[in-house]
Design a protein around this ligand. Structure first.
Ligand SMILES: Nc1ncnc2c1ncn2[C@@H]1O[C@H](COP(=O)(O)OP(=O)(O)O)[C@@H](O)[C@H]1O
Ligand SMILES: [Mg+2]
Length: 263
């Protein structure tokens, strides 16, 4: 998306979120927004609260304080499944795929939230269920083409190299056709070429599907290239928020990163 966010429409608003586990404050009074169609990076040292933030956004964690607003509505108590149905998908810091299943079937699981036919209606209206299944398969094949993974369609994902597994996981998240996609370290552990590929797919997904993306990433080069805006967390607090350039020049950010290697 162009940095000129003319019609700055916040699709997600995080308002004064605090989350603690026993005595540990994972997040303290964090507020920021995500604007429609942007790529928003969340950065910060290890343990800063980045993954926790994504877990709050997709409903895995219930914060003790604060509010999440999605598409202009304050979220009530919702289960992650309902939040997924509302249009928020994610990938995980540690790959969470079905290792014994093929690439195709793993990506197909991303479609489940759209499947209308339950077992009973499948039994009663077999034709309808079949048609629906065909439509889902078609969409999955489009994603496989988009991610250039035709050659591994039938391969069990457990046998794929790490970089390709990450790509399949992106495919599954894209299959959900969400409005907001949350990516937790999509490029961690990748070599340079794999990272470049992943960057390209993220940018293309944003361009072609108009998907709004929030991603956690450690590689500052990637963050600077990819994102429209960056929010910086440190010890559960928001340290800075702005364009990549603004954040890079921010003295608090520079201080927080001094001595911190690129984990
Ligand atoms: N389920 C949990 N139970 C207890 N502590 C947690 C849990 N999840 C995260 N934390 C703690 O919250 C803090 C932030 O963790 P996390 O969000 O994973 O950071 P990051 O993703 O930025 O590395 C850490 O101190 C971590 O140990
Ligand atoms: Mg994390």
């Amino acid at each position: 998306m162009d940095t000129d966010q003319a019609n700055n429409k916040a699709i997600l608003e995080v308002k004064n979120i605090s989350l603690s586990f026993g005595g540990v404050n994972a997040l303290s009074d964090v507020s920021f927004d995500i604007v429609e169609s942007e790529i928003r990076a969340i950065i910060g040292p290890n343990g800063a609260g980045k993954s926790s933030m994504l877990n709050v956004i997709n409903g895995f964690y219930n914060p003790q304080e604060g509010e999440i607003w999605f598409k202009g509505q304050k979220r009530k108590n919702l289960k992650p499944y309902h939040i997924a149905r509302q249009g928020i998908a994610r990938t995980f810091q540690n790959i969470a795929l079905f290792k014994g299943m093929s690439t195709l079937d793993n990506i197909m699981t991303g479609r489940y939230i759209h499947m209308k036919c339950n077992l009973l209606s499948q039994a009663l209206w077999w034709g309808k269920a079949e048609r629906e299944e065909m439509e889902h398969r078609k969409r999955v094949e489009e994603i496989i083409d988009f991610l250039e993974i035709q050659s591994i369609r039938k391969t069990p994902v457990g046998r794929l190299p790490y970089g390709l597994q990450k790509r399949v996981e992106l495919g599954r998240a894209l299959a959900a056709e969400s409005t907001l996609l949350l990516l937790d370290e999509p490029m961690a552990g990748m070599n340079l070429e794999e990272k470049e590929d992943m960057c390209r797919f993220i940018i293309d997904a944003n361009d072609q599907f108009g998907t709004t993306i929030a991603l956690i990433e450690h590689d500052m080069g990637v963050v600077m290239d990819l994102s429209d805006r960056v929010v910086v967390l440190d010890y559960g607090r928001k340290l800075a928020d702005g364009t990549p350039d603004e954040v890079r020049k921010n003295q608090d950010v520079i201080d927080a990163y001094l001595g911190v290697s690129n984990e």
